[in-house]
Design a protein around this ligand. Structure first.
Ligand code: GLN
Length: 498
């Protein structure tokens, strides 16, 4: 192929396909080669099926030849292994589903198929999306392409590392407490968690249903917008899917329509800039804020007084919902069944004991406990009340500002094994992201610099409900005057020159 597509953005690939510079078949073939080369070291993909992907690519080329193809027709996209994908192994990172071939497509997958996008493979993830490091996956940890001894974040760590290493131009992720934004920050890419209800959860294996939301991961804000245009939309099969008019999320990005940032009020929550943030992260975030001031933004201090409660509240509510959602994996209705057992109860117990990993079991136990008679009021109900207060804090803050900014994570990527023995330390890596899920707000992370060790830092942008188009514009304008998003780890260049 004449033009090397590996470093191209999703937008450039769409344009290249439209202009006939390369075919979807060539493009898909190229990315599969890169995956074959890098995956043994990085472990980003759980399943790759070149034949299926190339068949989709051929169909996309045929569709394009008819002259009316949607922008993403023929573009290869990696799919998080939490999305049920017909005919594909769909494991959710668990032994429990390690041989589950989905008989149907999730809404999100249907959407990508509908526009003729190519499924490049299913990406590695923390088991049932529970984790912040990808270390809880039954299929082994994912390695961060910026430093293979470090985690890529989680739970969408395979998607994040694949996009950062240029093994895929874009990928899907899901975010229950930070699983799109935190890995995006750790790998130097962009990720967006939409307003709760914008992307259908149908066919997205459930963790905590009142918090789970699918969203795009890519290298630029514009690419996130292109992805969200496909992913968003009403779906009657998800009872919390929102019935709204379709939006074009790129509408504020083209030069003619791009809203200037002059006068935009950026709220900096006092609680986000405390001693808990590492020096490297706070330095990069502060320079990003300075850049926004230069673009004409005003900075105001805001407060989210109940923020400190978001981690404990989340670790009551998310496990409660998980314990209920995961009851279906009993070796009968779904999932792994133990080979030997004495009776029915023994079969359930052995199947679940073998099928689930330690973190998932921990969550099921916590969840069953906080929902049990006698503790329900003290934990579950109280956490629900606090959830409301956390959401109200944001409502108050948005009276003073248009967007909220701060760090996505307190530190940059940590070492593999560094926190896996201490669940609470692990839970604290989501301290800045979890409140956004509790409130149902949209949040994103974009690259804004590096720490002294050369590891990427993420800037978090939180918007009011349904302000995704505006947030994407805010990120896009930053990316017009900075190049943090364009930096690539060494691994990503290796494939090009080899
Ligand atoms: N790290 C958080 C957890 O372990 C969030 C995970 C997620 O967003 N899926 O629950």
């Amino acid at each position: 192929m004449q033009h090397h597509p590996q470093q191209a953005t999703l937008r450039q690939l769409c344009d290249g396909l439209a202009a006939g510079k390369f075919s979807s078949y060539e493009l898909t073939h190229e990315f599969i080669n890169i995956i074959n080369e890098l995956n043994p070291a990085l472990n980003c993909f759980i399943s790759v099926d070149a034949e299926r992907s190339l068949a989709q690519a051929r169909a996309a080329d045929a569709k394009r030849a008819t002259g009316n193809a949607p922008p993403l027709c023929g573009v290869p996209i990696a799919q998080k292994d939490i999305f049920c994908t017909q005919g594909w192994l769909t494991t959710c990172g668990s032994r429990m589903l390690s041989n589950f071939v989905s008989p149907y497509d999730a809404h999100v997958i249907e959407r990508f198929n509908g526009v003729g996008a190519v499924n490049l493979g299913k990406t590695n993830m923390d088991e049932f999306a529970m984790g912040s490091s990808n270390e809880t996956s039954f299929f082994g940890p994912v390695h961060n392409p910026w430093d293979r001894g470090r985690v890529p974040g989680g739970s969408s760590g395979g998607s994040a590392a694949a996009v950062a290493a240029r093994m895929a131009p874009a990928a899907t992720g899901t975010d229950t407490g930070g699983s799109i934004r935190q890995p995006a920050a750790f790998t130097g890419i962009c990720g967006l968690k939409p307003t709760y209800g914008v992307v259908s959860r149908y066919g997205m294996i459930a963790f905590a249903s009142s918090l789970d939301q699918g969203g795009p991961m890519a290298r630029t804000a514009e690419d996130l917008a292109l992805m969200l245009n496909v992913m968003a939309g009403f779906d009657a099969r998800d009872s919390t899917s929102l019935q709204r008019d379709a939006e074009d999320y790129t509408r504020e990005l083209t030069p003619t329509f791009a809203k200037p940032l002059a006068g935009l009020r950026i709220g900096l929550p006092r609680e986000f800039f405390t001693a808990g943030v590492s020096a490297g992260v706070s330095k990069a975030v502060e320079s990003a804020i300075t850049e926004y001031r230069k673009l004409g933004c005003e900075v105001v201090e805001v407060s989210l007084p109940n923020m400190a409660l978001s981690v404990p509240v989340y670790y009551v509510l998310a496990p409660a919902e998980a314990s209920s959602n995961l009851s279906r994996f009993d070796g009968v209705r779904y999932g792994h069944r133990a080979r030997e057992y004495a009776n029915l109860t023994d079969m359930y117990e052995k199947s679940r004991a073998e099928g689930f990993g330690a973190e998932v079991k921990r969550r099921i136990l916590i969840g069953a406990y906080v929902l049990s008679h006698g503790y329900y009021d003290a934990y579950y109900i109280r956490a629900q009340k606090l959830r409301r207060l956390i959401a109200q804090d944001f409502t108050e803050a948005f009276k003073l500002c248009d967007v909220i900014m701060g760090p996505t994570t307190p530190t940059t990527a940590f070492k593999i094994g560094e926190k896996s023995g201490d669940p609470v330390q692990m839970y604290l890596s989501d301290i800045y992201t979890i409140a956004v899920n509790l409130a149902g707000l949209p949040g994103m992370s974009i690259p804004c610099g590096f720490d002294n060790g050369g590891l990427p830092v993420g800037l978090q942008i939180i918007g009011n409900y349904f302000s995704e188009a505006r947030m994407l514009n805010v990120a896009h304008q930053f990316q017009q005057v900075t190049d943090w998003h364009a930096r690539a780890p060494k691994d990503a260049q290796k494939a090009v020159t080899s």
